[in-house]
Design a protein around this ligand. Structure first.
Ligand SMILES: NC(=O)c1ccc[n+]([C@@H]2O[C@H](COP(=O)([O-])OP(=O)(O)OC[C@H]3O[C@@H](n4cnc5c(N)ncnc54)[C@H](O)[C@@H]3O)[C@@H](O)[C@H]2O)c1
Length: 480
């Protein structure tokens, strides 16, 4: 396309790379006319160019430039054209850091952008489209969707942003090198709400971190190995996900599992209380029915306990319930929503089939089959893996689904509701899993069970009995 314009760059003497180059915008090639500082030929004419298209920033590291440019008062159209130009300039020239560019009509400096508009519509359109994309990116960066949250929950967007990283939240995974930890870390690295991802473990954290850090997604990944690095791993985190511990193996009693994991959870939660007391904690380590009360006691001792911020992850039970119920109903699991209440072990897992969405009815045989299969889902995987661990991949998926919901809540999204094991007044027990509404301060609302059918009422009584013991066991572990 014939070009009526040239680009004039206002160089600073050493950005030679842009000399005699051409910038392609849309399908038009624009020659670049280069002027070093000493050759500033257009000083006179420059005054005639509206102020608002001359870049205000002299120090042009690209991101700084964008920021300065954004706060500078600009006419919308000029801003669009100018952003489009800068995008192309930085792509096409060797000089990425110091170039300022503005558009010049070959016949002389223009006085108004209206002339530009008329003189070459396709190029303006192409630049506008590039500029719109860029402005959207800049706006998302500078003005996150909910800036009020900064005041309410002490989260500062600026602190969430890492150099080279995306805007978002800081997340730590404790036990990141394990069977759950690794796929969980990978999936969190893919989550656009995460800007910084800290991977902590007592073994192999550097390897997992190096591996995951090569993924070309926004989050910046850092690894931390062993107890001496726990505090660095936790400082400043918004969300801490804990899958650290040992999984259940065939022949292992719940008590064996409890003894090992209770100590691990205590140590890690002491670190949370010290380094990021305002973080939301997603506790995965089993037995969740006891580890959540343990964490609560640790936080109480430290004076940092906020019941809304401590959530036991029961999402895998919901994920399994959705899948198994969808199989029976012949539906896509993504269309099915099964509330699972109570706790996260055996009979404490209580799927409420009377409240399945879309509304469905089940025969007594189907109810019995589904309830048992959901309750024994963990054992199904443990047995199939035959000594090689418990559910890891589906658990990582479920953990990320839940963590993502927590982050959306933190961001201030409305209507984020998931099941979790939390401090509760729904029953006489101090902790219970039900649907909760996730918000800026964690589990902001705990929903009641609503009317239950006879089968569910019987199941609830059994669940409460076992839950009471597990909760007490957790509390006693710390208070003893
Ligand atoms: N909530 C759920 O729905 C659910 C589902 C499945 C498994 N789990 C539980 O998740 C936990 C992890 O399971 P897994 O299969 O990943 O086990 P795993 O043994 O593969 O991984 C556990 C990781 O934790 C690390 N670890 C041990 N002690 C630690 C400490 N003090 N600090 C930091 N990291 C430590 C280990 O080095 C290991 O990398 C188990 O307790 C398991 O029972 C929970």
């Amino acid at each position: 396309m014939e070009c009526k314009w040239s680009l004039v760059t206002k160089g600073h003497g050493n950005d030679k790379g842009s000399e005699n180059k051409v910038v392609t915008i849309g399908d038009t090639k624009l020659p670049i006319l280069h002027h070093t500082k000493s050759q500033r030929v257009q000083t006179e004419s420059e005054r005639e160019v509206p102020n608002n298209i001359i870049a205000p920033a002299r120090k042009v590291v690209r991101r700084d430039y964008i920021k300065n440019f954004e706060v500078y008062p600009t006419v919308k159209f000029c801003k669009r054209v100018h952003c489009g130009l800068m995008e192309e300039m930085s792509r096409s020239t060797a000089s990425k850091s110091k170039t300022e560019a503005y558009l010049w009509i070959n016949s002389g400096p223009f006085k108004s952008f209206n002339e530009l508009d008329k003189s070459n519509v396709p190029i303006v359109k192409a630049m506008e489209s590039m500029a719109s994309q860029r402005i959207a990116r800049i706006s998302a960066h500078l003005r996150p969707p909910n800036s009020q949250m900064e005041e309410r929950c002490g989260l500062k967007r600026a602190d969430c942003r890492a150099k080279g990283g995306a805007p978002g939240f800081k997340v730590a995974i404790l036990g990141a090198a394990g069977g759950i930890g690794q796929p969980l870390a990978m999936l969190m690295k893919m989550n656009p709400l995460v800007s910084v991802l800290h991977l902590y473990d007592v073994v192999n954290a550097p390897g997992v971190t190096a591996d995951i850090s090569h993924m070309d997604t926004g989050a910046v990944v850092r690894g931390f190995l062993g107890q001496p690095q726990l505090e660095s791993a936790l400082t400043g985190m918004d969300l801490v996900i804990i899958p650290a511990g040992v999984p259940r193996k065939p022949g292992m009693t719940r008590d064996d599992l409890f003894k090992i994991n209770a100590g691990i959870v205590r140590t890690l939660c002491e670190g949370v209380a010290k380094c990021c007391p305002n973080a939301i904690v997603n506790l995965i380590s089993n037995p969740v029915n006891s580890t959540v009360p343990i964490a609560a006691e640790v936080f109480k001792k430290a004076g940092t306990y906020d019941p809304k911020r401590l959530l036991g992850v029961t999402m895998l039970d919901v994920v399994r319930a959705n899948t198994f119920v969808a199989e029976v109903l012949g539906l896509d699991p993504r269309e099915v929503d099964v509330p699972v209440v109570g706790g996260h072990a055996g009979v404490t897992i209580l799927p409420l089939l009377s409240k399945v969405k879309p509304p469905s009815s089940f025969t007594p045989e189907e109810t019995e089959y589904l309830t048992k299969r959901i309750q024994d889902g963990g054992t199904e995987v443990v047995q199939a893996k035959a000594g090689a661990g418990s559910a890891t991949l589906s658990m990582a998926y479920a953990a990320v689904k839940f963590a993502d919901a927590c982050l959306r809540g933190l961001r201030g999204d409305a209507g984020v509701v998931e099941c979790a094991f939390v401090a509760s007044e729904v029953t006489e027990l101090p902790f219970f899993a039900t649907k909760v509404r996730l918000g800026r301060r964690g589990a902001e609302e705990v929903y009641q069970l609503g009317p239950l059918n006879e089968y569910e009422r019987v199941g609830l009584e059994k669940a409460k009995k076992e839950l009471a013991e597990s909760i007490q066991k957790g509390i006693s572990f710390i208070r003893k």
